[in-house]
Design a binder for this molecule. Structure first.
Ligand code: ADP
Ligand code: MG
Length: 449
């Protein structure tokens, strides 16, 4: 999140809380910095800070997450210069930096991005295994490791995890992680300050170089050129390089051919969009974390399954949704159930609507139970039709945004109370009847595509 994002959000907050409250409490806030998932705002006094935090903290967090879903907390702080009064002397000019050893300043690593917190599933198991291998710090076997995949699938997480682990195992190594954007920034700065020699020798003394989001330098010719030289110099010295991008090397437009082909010399692995199991696994592991933060909150059965089913393939969106849900539930002090979830996340759900249709569910269910579609929605009440019908109704309630009356209409013009009864019955049976539980699981997976 940037300063200008905050300005945009202020407008939204003005609408949320009204002009007077806004003038008193929100107007004076400035975005100070964002670090480790915490957005810090500067406030004029600690009273304002406390009040805003209590009264508007959740609303501000909610808005902030709409532009930056990885932010988990908002924090309000009186800036040090105000707090420490006039007595504090102005910082004196720093002593000149020593000539050597110049170290490449590494971008800060996110504390949460470790192998421990990375949930492994089919879509990311190769990338995870490759990252693990590199993190052992043994002899270089593939160079570079090129990780690619869509946004929010865990590229940065894996790179940070490698860096953390290397720091543990091989503290003597000079491990550098930075984004391609930062690489360019440093390069341009070196050019401007006529320090290209320093720049070159600095990067060439690195033992492990990780460059995130390398697609960024495509089309930036002199940066590409310099990156290519750095890359080659390190490969020649048998130093490990790890690169990430949002797509495969040959799919990056305006990236020089020779760079593409060097990237492909190593191991290229992709992170696939998540599947249902992985999303559920990630949600379960994040919930553990929230349970510590919100020990009193109850989470109803089926909510995580619902989210895993309905929310997009991108983990960042999934996490943001969960954060919001817990924040919201703690704010109103109620159990998190399906209804609240649908309410609280209406916009997210709409945006990532998978559009499973009632018809699709009916088709799957009748296939599964080997009955005719016309019997599934027809009037016959014998158990062989009635049970699958209830299962289908239950899935419609869970997986679509249709209301009970709407669902009823599509099941042979049945009443909404019939649907409600069916949904409840299946909810009970899921607990007591292993066969039903398994049927539901299989059907859900089939519908997940
Ligand atoms: P990318 O760099 O590919 O855009 P990130 O690494 O920033 O994605 O991941 C986005 C968010 O999703 C991060 O908070 C990260 O911790 C989380 N995340 C992604 N994949 C996983 C996973 N397999 N297990 C746990 N968290 C994950
Ligand atoms: Mg990233």
């Amino acid at each position: 999140m940037k300063e200008q994002d905050w300005h945009g959000l202020k407008e939204a907050l003005l609408n949320d809380i009204g002009k007077n409250n806004f003038k008193n409490w929100i107007e004076p806030l400035d975005l100070s910095h964002v670090e480790d998932g915490v957005a810090t705002f500067s406030v004029p006094t600690s009273f304002v800070g406390n009040y805003v935090s209590q009264q508007y903290g959740d609303q501000i967090l909610f808005r902030v997450q709409s532009v930056s879903s990885d932010i988990r907390r908002v924090h309000f702080q009186v800036p040090a210069s105000t707090a420490a009064s006039r007595a504090a002397p102005k910082p004196v000019a720093r002593p000149a930096a020593p000539e050597r050893p110049a170290q490449v300043p590494t971008a800060p690593l996110d504390r949460r991005f470790t192998f421990d917190t990375f949930v492994v599933g089919k879509p990311n198991e190769l990338a995870h295994a490759a990252a693990k291998r590199v993190a052992e710090g043994g002899p270089v076997t593939f160079n570079p490791l090129f990780l690619y995949g869509g946004v929010g699938l865990g590229k940065t997480h894996l790179m940070h995890a490698i860096a953390w682990e290397l720091q543990q195992r091989r503290p003597e190594l000079n491990v550098v992680y930075l984004s391609a954007e930062q690489f360019m920034y440093r390069f341009v700065q070196a050019l401007r300050e006529r320090k290209m020699m320093d720049f070159k020798s600095m990067f060439r003394s690195v033992d492990v170089l990780m460059v995130d989001d390398v697609q960024f330098i495509a089309g930036k010719d002199s940066t590409q050129e310099e990156f290519f030289h750095t890359f080659n110099a390190l490969v020649d010295q048998n130093k490990q390089i790890i690169i990430s991008a949002d797509r495969a090397p040959d799919a990056i437009e305006n990236l020089e051919e020779r760079i593409k082909s060097r990237m492909q010399c190593g191991l290229v692995v992709d992170l696939h969009p998540t599947n249902y199991e992985l999303r559920l696994g990630i949600l379960q592991s994040k919930v553990e974390f929230y349970r510590e933060q919100y020990p009193d909150l109850e989470l109803a059965d089926g909510v995580l399954e619902f989210l895993a089913h309905r929310i997009s393939k991108n983990v960042r969106v999934l996490e943001g949704a969960l954060t919001r849900l817990f924040a919201f539930a703690s704010l109103i002090g109620q159990e998190i159930n399906l209804e609240m979830t649908q309410d609280c996340l209406a916009d997210v759900l709409r945006a990532s609507d998978r559009q499973v249709s009632v018809e699709e569910i009916q088709r799957q269910v009748s296939d599964h139970y080997n009955i005719r579609l016309s019997d599934l929605v027809g009037p016959k009440r014998v158990r062989v039709y009635a049970r699958p019908r209830q299962v289908a109704m239950y899935l419609c309630k869970q997986l679509t945004s249709r209301s009970l009356p709407e669902i009823g209409r599509r099941f042979g013009k049945r009443d909404h109370t019939t649907v409600m009864h069916g949904v409840r019955r299946i909810e009970e049976l899921r607990q007591s009847d292993a066969q039903i539980a398994e049927d539901i699981d299989l059907l859900r997976r089939a519908l997940d595509g």
